[in-house]
Design a binder for this molecule. Structure first.
Ligand code: IPE
Ligand code: IPE
Ligand code: MG
Length: 240
């Protein structure tokens, strides 16, 4: 295995936080920050691809974000439609496979159709898996997985739950990044982040660029992932 294959995380997950503050600092409406956030995501997806990251999972709208002012929520729903139309064709050309992760029943018919179309269009792509968590909550995910198993009469074990979760198609994230300076998980990948490395950036999401991503990856490369073992055990293991 080459040196870079060891230090570049296979799966990066990001809490894209700070759009509202980015706009407020410029005396602009919060929605302008969200629009800028879409630009930042496009840049980041490209940078991940160039660095050999295989899976990028981003938190775009949480189960709790419905509690924001009505105009921000409807603005975000509209922005999803606009972003799909504008970004999906290019992402498809670049070989990105898109998955939407989250509860869909409470989304409008139009948004649901857009998500399904983007998934169908990009289903054969293999260069990067992009999971967009939209109307997602870690608690929702664990509860829907348990309910699905119960409905099928299957035993609830770690392995069966793992297979029933909304991110069963990818391995757990190696690195979880949160921008915007807050140090909390806000109901993101509660199950899957059990052994992820965490990296917190003070940069607001719209200003998180390729250099900032490189800093996060460099910090990750310095970590010793022990998964419950001792440091001596890890050091003694032959390189894979
Ligand atoms: C993250 O940015 C995007 C969403 C939650 C939709 P915020 O909108 O939370 O931005 P801040 O944290 O208020 O700056
Ligand atoms: C987390 O950010 C959700 C997303 C980035 C989509 P929030 O801004 O909603 O988190 P809190 O409310 O500060 O914890
Ligand atoms: Mg926020």
């Amino acid at each position: 295995m080459s040196a870079s294959a060891k230090v570049v995380p296979h799966h990066i997950a990001i809490v894209m936080d700070g759009n509202g503050r980015w706009a407020a600092r410029r005396f602009m409406p919060r929605l302008v920050g969200h629009k800028q956030g879409v630009e930042s995501l496009r840049r980041c997806a490209r940078a991940c691809q160039q660095r050999g990251v295989r899976v990028l999972t981003v938190f775009a709208f949480s189960s709790e974000n419905w509690n924001r002012p009505q105009d921000e929520v409807s603005g975000l729903m509209e922005l999803m439609g606009v972003a799909l139309a504008r970004e999906v064709p290019d992402l498809h050309k670049e070989g990105v496979r898109i998955h939407f992760v989250g509860e869909r029943a409470s989304l409008s018919e139009k948004v649901r159709a857009g998500l399904a179309q983007a998934e169908a269009l990009t289903a054969g792509n293999t260069s990067l898996v992009l999971n967009v968590c939209f109307n997602y909550g870690g608690r929702w995910d664990v509860a829907q997985a348990a309910a699905a198993l119960a409905a099928r009469g299957e035993a609830i074990t770690e392995a069966s739950l793992d297979r029933a979760l909304a991110l069963a198609h990818v391995p757990d994230p190696d690195l979880v990044i949160r921008t915007g300076g807050e140090m909390r998980i806000s109901n993101f990948l509660l199950w899957q982040a059990a052994y992820s490395e965490f990296y917190f950036s003070d940069k607001l999401w719209p200003e998180f660029d390729a250099a900032a991503l490189d800093q996060a990856i460099a910090a990750y490369a310095q970590r010793e992932r022990r998964f419950g073992q001792t440091s001596a055990q890890i050091q003694g293991q032959a390189a894979p």
